[in-house]
Design a binder for this molecule. Structure first.
Ligand SMILES: [Zn+2]
Length: 159
C-alpha cells in the first residue's frame, strides 16, 4: 500500500523537443495517457476488422458486463463471435459445411437468429418483429427472450 501511494506521488519529467512546459508529470497521469493511446490504437485496428462477426455487434471496444450465469455467458460469447458447436464442428470432423434444411444455405449463427424464414414465427412471438437485428438480440444488452427463442428453435443445446 505504501509502495503504491509512493508510486502515485512519483513524477516523471517529460522532456520533449517541442514542449513548452518542463513541469513534472505525475506517474498516474502518464499511465492514463499511455492507456488512452493504447486504447485508441486498438480501436483503429478494430475498425478495420469489418469481416469479423463480433465487429458488427461490438464496434466500440469497451467492457460489457457479463451474465452472472456461466452457461449463459458462454452461450452469449459463442453467439457473438459466431462460433458454435453446431456451425463449426464440421471443421473438426472434416465434413462439409452444414446447410439449413429449410433454405439450403450455409448454416450460421446469423442465419438462425435473424435470417431463416423457418423461425420467423418465433421471432414475432419473442421479439415482436420478424426481422430483429443482431445487436438487438446479442448486443451489449441481450434481448430478455433470447434464450427462450434459442430453446424453441432447437439451437440451445447445440451452441
Ligand atoms: Zn434457413
Amino acid at each position: 500500500m505504501e509502495e503504491s501511494q509512493e508510486m502515485n506521488k512519483q513524477t516523471v519529467m517529460l522532456v520533449q523537443p517541442h514542449s513548452f512546459s518542463h513541469e513534472p508529470v505525475p506517474v498516474c497521469d502518464l499511465k492514463k495517457y499511455i492507456k488512452s493511446c493504447l486504447q485508441m490504437k486498438w480501436q483503429i485496428h478494430w475498425d478495420q476488422e469489418i469481416d469479423n462477426k463480433l465487429h458488427s455487434i461490438k464496434p466500440i471496444i469497451e467492457n460489457w458486463s457479463e451474465d452472472v450465469n456461466r452457461k449463459r455467458s458462454t452461450i452469449l460469447t459463442r453467439l457473438r463471435i459466431g462460433h458454435t458447436r453446431f456451425t463449426h464442428r464440421h471443421l473438426l470432423l472434416g465434413e462439409p459445411d452444414p446447410t439449413c434444411p429449410h433454405c439450403s444455405c450455409t448454416m450460421s449463427v446469423k442465419h438462425i437468429l435473424i435470417e431463416c424464414k423457418h423461425f420467423k414465427i418465433h421471432r414475432l412471438r419473442f421479439f415482436n418483429t420478424s426481422s430483429p437485428t443482431l445487436t438487438t438480440m446479442i448486443g451489449r444488452h441481450p434481448h430478455i427472450y433470447l434464450f427462450e427463442f434459442l430453446k424453441i428453435a432447437g439451437f440451445y443445446p447445440h451452441i
